[in-house]
Design a protein around this ligand. Structure first.
Ligand SMILES: Cc1cc2nc3c(=O)[nH]c(=O)nc-3n(C[C@H](O)[C@H](O)[C@H](O)COP(=O)(O)OP(=O)(O)OC[C@H]3O[C@@H](n4cnc5c(N)ncnc54)[C@H](O)[C@@H]3O)c2cc1C
Length: 443
């Protein structure tokens, strides 16, 4: 809540650009305020600023720092192209990713799913990124396109008049508060999901109550040639959890384990209700011999991070004068590395809806959320594949031996081609082997 005695509240007195503000009286400061400088926020901000809009991006972290979510999928290429950062990515030290490979509970490796199998274009090759550097690259790009970026500024609250968003209340590192107004407020606060929580929009995925424990190692074993940068997804022996292995720069490998909250955390609490994340991580690793072998002699670089309850979605993607992008709208699951892609893609789609809104002078929910149904359809393809992965009786190897004609469809989804191609033809056959949850339309 506002009004703590230690908090100074001041009214913003910055520059006002009347030419850009069609709703001058109610929205004097900026065309667009973007809350959060992750990939979703940087994308929407850069693309809107490129069209001449006055954009302020507020990021609560004063410095770039560690974040999870390090593996890209090929379809990110098209947003990178539009953002104009392909050259920077090509010149970067981020390992190139050609494929994803799955290990079964018995330790047997599938053939790698090479993205070029269905796509001969250079977009079939993507990258594994250190988020501190990758997010900064996107933020710098936004600045170059004219976005005013302020770091160390946390948004405490989005202001509404009735059901219309009008501005934000910010707090800086000295706890000084300001009120800023804009025509459009974009929530790209990631799992913080500022507007979603404020308006109580979020529902967790009923059957995906997951937790994850993760860290970085230095010096793990890597395969040769084009497999060096592959993402590995490895089941543990009883299929109660799975690990990711993502090669990163500086000879680092990101290693994380995912499993149901009850299995991974809840049932392993001691008498005082505490759990030992390092101990759990080590116990799970012992159940994954192929990964253990790869990490022999490697050094764990920092204590285990823990996160849980990360699968949810908002019931609305926009309202009058506000839009949600990236994780602020929803997040599925880490298994297919779709989070960054969906963050970038929703940033791009939201930017188009916002730019059109300024052309039409229409900032209604219908206009700003016009990209929502198409976006949710794309997300739904990933969602079905996530549910297949967590169905114990389901296996991709068995599915593909029965339906080899669907290999291409699976590679298309793993590549992220859910907005460019119709991938839904694989689901009737898959539904014979695993139950899918009902689709959740937008309100
Ligand atoms: C365990 C796990 C593993 C994952 N692995 C992968 C993977 O391999 N590949 C992949 O693609 N995705 C992965 N993801 C998902 C990925 O991390 C997210 O989808 C992605 O970061 C979303 O980007 P975003 O821009 O929406 O949000 P974020 O990257 O979270 O950015 C949000 C930004 O908003 C800022 N912020 C928050 N609140 C405020 C506030 N009040 N005021 C101002 N700023 C604020 C934050 O500091 C942050 O910088 C993983 C997720 C989890 C949980």
């Amino acid at each position: 809540m506002l009004g703590s005695p230690r908090d100074k509240v001041i009214q913003y007195s910055g520059r006002i650009n009347p030419a850009k503000n069609k709703q001058m009286n109610t929205h004097p400061n900026y065309d667009i305020i973007v809350i959060g400088g992750g990939p979703a926020g940087s994308t929407v901000a850069a693309l809107a600023a490129e069209q001449g809009h006055r954009v302020l991006l507020l990021e609560r972290e004063a410095e770039p720092n560690f974040k999870i979510g390090e593996s890209l999928i090929p379809a990110t290429y098209w947003t990178f192209k539009r953002l104009g950062i392909l050259e920077k990515l090509r010149a970067s030290h981020f390992p190139q990713k050609y494929s994803v490979q799955f290990y079964s509970r018995s330790g047997k490796a599938s053939s790698p799913f090479y993205f070029f199998q269905t796509n001969p274009h250079e977009s079939a090759i993507t990258w594994q990124v250190l988020r501190s550097e990758f997010d900064e690259m996107l933020l710098d790009n936004a600045k170059e396109k004219g976005v005013e970026v302020q770091r160390g500024i946390s948004v405490r609250e989005v202001l509404f008049e009735g059901d219309t968003a009008t501005g934000v209340v910010t707090q800086d590192t000295s706890r000084t508060r300001q009120t800023l107004n804009a025509t459009v407020i974009v929530d790209s606060t990631g799992q913080r999901s500022l507007i979603g929580r404020q308006l109580n929009l979020n529902t967790t995925e009923p059957n995906l109550k997951m937790a994850s424990l993760f860290t970085h190692y230095e010096g793990g074993h890597r395969d040769d040639g084009i497999d060096e940068g592959a993402t590995l997804i490895l089941h543990t022996e009883e299929k109660d959890s799975w690990f990711w292995s993502i090669p990163l720069p500086y000879d680092r490998t990101s290693i994380g384990v995912v499993g149901e909250i009850d299995y991974l955390l809840q049932n392993r609490r001691d008498a005082n209700g505490r759990f030992d994340a390092q101990k759990i991580f080590t116990e799970e690793l012992a159940k994954c011999p192929p990964l253990q072998q790869r990490l022999e002699g490697a050094k764990q670089l920092f204590p285990i991070h823990t996160t849980k309850d990360f699968s949810y979605r908002a019931s609305r993607i926009a309202g009058n004068n506000w839009v949600l992008v990236g994780d602020a709208f929803g997040f599925l699951d880490p298994v297919y590395s779709t989070g960054l892609f969906l963050a970038l893609k929703s940033g791009e789609m939201a930017a188009d809806a916002i730019i059109e809104a300024f052309h039409k002078d229409d900032f209604s929910e219908a206009q700003l959320g016009s990209f929502g149904p198409a976006f949710v359809d794309g997300m739904e393809a990933f969602r079905k594949l996530v549910y297949a992965f967590y169905t114990k009786e389901f296996s991709f190897a068995r599915f593909l031996s029965q339906y080899p004609e669907h290999q291409g469809g699976i590679v298309d989804i793993l590549s992220g081609d859910v907005f460019r191609k119709d991938v839904t033809h694989i689901f009737p056959a898959m539904a014979e082997m695993c139950p899918f949850p009902p689709e959740v339309p937008l309100n």
